[in-house]
Design a protein around this ligand. Sequence first.
Ligand SMILES: NC(=O)c1ccc[n+]([C@@H]2O[C@H](COP(=O)([O-])OP(=O)(O)OC[C@H]3O[C@@H](n4cnc5c(N)ncnc54)[C@H](OP(=O)(O)O)[C@@H]3O)[C@@H](O)[C@H]2O)c1
Length: 339
Amino acid sequence: MRIILVGFGVVGQSLAKILLSRASDLYTLYGINPKIVACLDSKGCAISQAGLDLDRLLEAKLSKGTVAAYDECQSQLSLADVIDGIEAELLIEMTPTNLDSAEPGLANIISGMRSSKHIITVNKGPLALAFPSLVELANHNNIKFRFSGTVGGGTPILEFAKRCLNGERIISFRGILNGTTNYILSKMEDGLKFNEALNDAKAKGYAEASPSLDLDGYDAASKLAIMANWIMGLKVTIRDIKREGITGIDLSDIKNAAMNKNSVKLIASCDNKRLEVKPTIIKKVDPICVNGTLNAVTFCSEYSGDKTIIGRGAGGMETASSIVRDLIEIREAIAEDVL
Ligand SMILES: NC(=O)c1ccc[n+]([C@@H]2O[C@H](COP(=O)([O-])OP(=O)(O)OC[C@H]3O[C@@H](n4cnc5c(N)ncnc54)[C@H](OP(=O)(O)O)[C@@H]3O)[C@@H](O)[C@H]2O)c1
């Protein structure tokens, strides 16, 4: 399968490492022989219809800071030229999340769909702002569109609800969708003040470049919008979500909750079509009351009751593993179409 990678940062490089280490079992177990024919970052691109050597690509990025250093005669093609012009079956979009305009991810996904490429993305922006129209465009162009890593990183929250609970009617769900704020609130339970906990999260590399994305609940709200569309069939964007972040929480709120065997958590919920993200007091024995950077979601279904999925919500390798999952699913879906 010929693949174009757009974005070669933490997730993109992790994906390259997984593809290198799992090449033989991806082929023997799933019949997938991924060939990366183009790779782009913000400074340029590397192209080879014969397939890029991933070790060399990683080395170029590490030593020179851009994939364009892969070749001595660097390609002058623009991002749009590569996406439209290079022959490939699949485009993997891994540029930074932008919750204002969704760019550059949105344009990349649309161009990929219009040039009949299947799409995998881990970028929340385009889905949080334009989920219904992207799914419609994918269907119209008869392409497969997967985005497992946009919610839960490597933890298959979307698949759990969509596939494992298939046939059930999910009535509501609620959970922790942002690992950074959960880490900060957990550290505050250990006695750190808000700013100390935030600095600790920054030092460990958990906080986004713009802390407001996490702290003001935008990241959790974008994931909630994706889940509401995909799992509940609602046609909403991040703008439809009532949102309150954790900047107003202080140590006394955390201590008061703890005295009653409760915790304060940033909970995203979808209940009777009401969508909101807000700090909420929950019981410590509640299954979604997880600590550190973990994510947890409880789905309440009509007949079989509550089920909770818990796991790491971010990380380069974790998120890259969700791309491999999507890749296998797309390969299987294409094979089913052919049969
Ligand atoms: N990291 C995680 O744990 C995680 C988890 C879930 C989802 N995600 C999502 O996955 C995506 C990638 O995350 P990341 O951590 O890999 O981010 P990152 O390290 O910042 O990498 C982003 C990549 O996109 C490239 N890029 C930026 N603008 C571009 C443009 N106009 N054209 C082509 N390439 C462009 C960057 O180029 P340069 O290298 O030249 O700067 C970089 O290679 C984001 O949307 C993020 O929200 C990440």
